[in-house]
Structures are given as structure tokens and as C-alpha cells.
Ligand binder design. Structure first.
Ligand SMILES: Nc1ncnc2c1ncn2[C@@H]1O[C@H](COP(=O)(O)OP(=O)(O)OP(=O)(O)O)[C@@H](O)[C@H]1O
Ligand SMILES: [Mg+2]
Length: 344
């Protein structure tokens, strides 16, 4: 989506360099996610005391909450080399075999978007994770044989925005799954404070809180908004204060709760076209012209956490706060007469 929105997936080189510069390098620098930090710390320390590779780790959660950052921190904190690949790059078992057989002992293998790996590769990964061994198929048909190949012990760190899509046997082979949560405003203030210092930016603290409160609970968005505010202040020769924040957020279509264009499109569709719901995921996706996966893994979690939307077995339903946020009067649920048969 490179539509000029603040949503965190337009990965231009400048954006990547910017993200790289702001990435915390150690668990101590990593803001928030206290529980996950404690869990990782214990896991890494135990492995180091026993001089073995840490258990495999699965990092799950919406985009921009720190999965890649944590994978790098795991490598850094355990003093091990890191090799990075991603699900979409592994389209055949052979692609995975090539990566696995090149690992050096103790290496951390980071597989981003692990839910998008080919099925055949998933099956190879089960054995690799469990026994540090793979079977390589040679030849076809009746003459095909499998040659076992021992691997160097490694730690797999998988990241996914869709933990639910991983097959159970794969999920079960991770020693630990970290579920990353959206950040509290106070935590995002810390993220921004650190980023402003690293970027050598003078931003007053009320402006930082305002950015934090409107960053969709997501550090990547907070950092990105900070940059837009810096641009605004630069171009308009003002200080990076409340006024600059307000103007920059307005320019980039971020509303008072931090909802962006797509969040609002989804809510408005549910409210106005479907009378507040319930509406099914696919219908919703088609109506707003977006992929169901994006709605489910990016938009919905935030709307649910903000209390504007609930998920029911029959579909997505707007909450009273949802109606209120969009300034709409809630209509009485219209019950199809057919449901009541001849009693009506
Ligand atoms: N806990 C944190 N403290 C400070 N900065 C953070 C934290 N989490 C994330 N960030 C910042 O947010 C940016 C995005 O984080 P990261 O790339 O790790 O997200 P991700 O979960 O891997 O997203 P995606 O699913 O899109 O790959 C990083 O550049 C980093 O600077
Ligand atoms: Mg990432």
C-alpha cells in the first residue's frame, strides 16, 4: 500500500535505513512488552548457562510491533550470528534445504512471515527443528531415494502476523511463542523520546504524548509520525510542538484515536453499508477493496483493541463506541421478518 498513508509497509530504502537506525539493540533498550522480555531473558540465560543453542522462538503479532527487532536482539544478546530469510523466499523444500545446510553451528535463523512458506518446506522444517536433520530427496519416481543430512544445531526464530495460519505440528515445535501486544501510550512516549534523541530532534513532551496517543499502539507508526512532524516543523519553520503535530496528523489522515484511512474505511463500511454488522470477513474485504488477510491481521486487531469492533461467530459487529466515534446514531438491529415466520 503505497498510498501515502502512515501505514507501516511502504518499505522504501530511506524508510528501512531510518528503521535500522532506531532499532533497539538489546533487551534492556527494548521498550514495553515486559512479559515477553522477561520470558526471552530467561530462555536465553538458561541456554547460555548450559552452553547450548536457545530453544526455537515464534514471534507473533501485528506489523510494526517489534518482531524483526526482537529477532536481532536474540542474536545480539546470545552472541550468535544471525541469518535472515522469509517465508515467501522459500517456495520449495530445496530452497529451505539450501539455507539449512549452510548454517554454521549455533546460528540463529530468522524466518520472517513464516506462515507463507511452501507446505513441502514446512514438513522439512519439522524434522530440522526437532532433530537437526533433513532428508534430501534425490531422483524421481521408483528410483527416488532420500539422503539424510545432519545439520549444525541452530535456533529458529520465526515471525508471523498470522499465528493461526501455522499448522499445529510447526507451532508445537517452537519452545516458546511470544505474542506481542499493541503498546500503551506511555510506552510509545518512551519509544518516541528515544527516537527523538537519536535523531537529534527537539520535540516538546506534550507533542510527544500527542503523537504517542495517535500511533495505533505501534512503535513503527510512532517513529514514522515523528518524522512527518519533523518535516512539518522544518518546512514551516516552526517548533515541533502541538500545533505541528496536529497539522501533520491531519495532513496524513490520522484521526483522534489514531485510526488511519483504511481503519476508517472498514468501520464506515460496517456502519453504513451493513447497519453495524454482523458482516463476514470476505464480504468486508471485497467491500473496501482490500485483502482479507490485511483486514484480519492489521486492521481488525487494532479496532478490536480500541473497542470499536467486536468479533462474533456470525461476523464483525460495530460496538456502541464504534457508532459514537463516527458520529452516527445507532439504528435498531433490523431483524429479517423471515426469522419469525408466521408469528409476525
Ligand atoms: N519495543 C520497541 N522499542 C523501541 N522501538 C521499537 C520497539 N518495537 C519496535 N520498535 C521500532 O519499530 C520499528 C519496527 O519494528 P520491527 O521492524 O521489529 O516490526 P515487525 O514486528 O518486524 O514488523 P513487520 O511485521 O512489518 O515485519 C523498528 O524500526 C524499531 O525501531
Ligand atoms: Mg519485521
Amino acid at each position: 500500500m503505497s498510498d501515502g498513508s502512515i501505514r507501516p509497509d511502504a518499505e522504501s530504502e530511506a524508510e528501512l535505513a531510518f528503521e535500522g537506525a532506531l532499532r533497539p539493540k538489546s533487551l534492556a533498550e527494548f521498550v514495553g512488552q515486559r512479559k515477553v522480555r522477561g520470558q526471552l531473558q530467561l530462555l536465553l540465560q538458561a541456554a547460555s548457562m548450559q552452553n547450548r543453542t536457545p530453544d526455537h522462538i515464534l514471534l507473533a503479532g501485528p506489523p510494526g510491533l517489534g518482531k524483526t527487532t526482537l529477532a536481532m536482539i536474540v542474536a545480539h544478546e546470545s552472541g550468535r550470528p544471525l541469518r535472515m530469510t522469509s517465508g515467501p523466499a522459500i517456495q520449495h523444500a530445496g530452497d529451505l534445504a539450501a539455507v539449512l545446510s549452510a548454517l554454521v553451528p549455533g546460528e540463529i535463523l530468522f524466518v520472517d512471515e513464516i506462515h507463507r512458506m511452501a507446505r513441502s518446506a514446512e514438513e522439512m522444517l519439522y524434522l530440522a527443528m526437532e532433530d537437526f536433520r533433513i532428508d534430501i530427496m534425490v531422483g524421481k519416481g521408483a528410483g527416488a531415494t532420500s539422503i539424510p543430512l545432519d545439520l549444525a544445531p541452530f535456533t529458529l526464530v520465526g515471525a508471523t502476523t498470522r499465528a493461526g495460519l501455522l499448522p499445529n505440528p510447526l507451532r508445537d515445535r517452537f519452545g516458546f511463542t511470544a505474542h506481542l501486544e499493541f503498546y500503551e501510550t506511555a510506552e510509545l512516549e518512551q519509544v518516541l523520546d528515544r527516537a527523538a534523541a537519536l535523531l537529534d530532534l527537539e520535540v516538546d513532551s506534550s507533542a510527544l504524548s500527542m503523537i504517542a496517543g495517535r500511533s495505533r499502539g505501534t512503535p513503527r507508526i510512532a517513529n514514522r509520525l515523528l518524522r512527518r512532524v519533523r518535516d512539518y516543523a522544518l518546512v514551516h519553520r516552526t517548533s515541533a510542538g502541538l500545533e505541528a503535530v496536529d497539522a501533520a496528523l491531519e495532513l496524513y489522515d490520522v484521526d483522534g484515536l489514531g485510526l488511519d484511512r483504511l481503519d476508517r474505511a472498514v468501520m464506515q463500511c460496517i456502519l453504513t453499508r451493513f447497519d453495524g454488522g454482523p458482516v463476514g470477513l470476505n464480504t468486508l474485504a471485497v467491500s473496501v477493496g482490500e485483502e482479507a488477510e490485511t483486514i484480519e491481521s492489521v486492521v481488525e486487531p487494532f479496532l478490536v483493541r480500541t473497542g470499536l469492533l467486536t468479533r462474533t461467530p456470525r461476523g464483525r459487529v460495530a460496538t456502541p463506541s464504534g457508532w459514537e466515534h463516527f458520529g452516527l446514531a445507532r439504528r435498531e438491529a433490523s431483524v429479517p421478518a423471515a426469522l419469525f415466520g408466521d408469528r409476525l
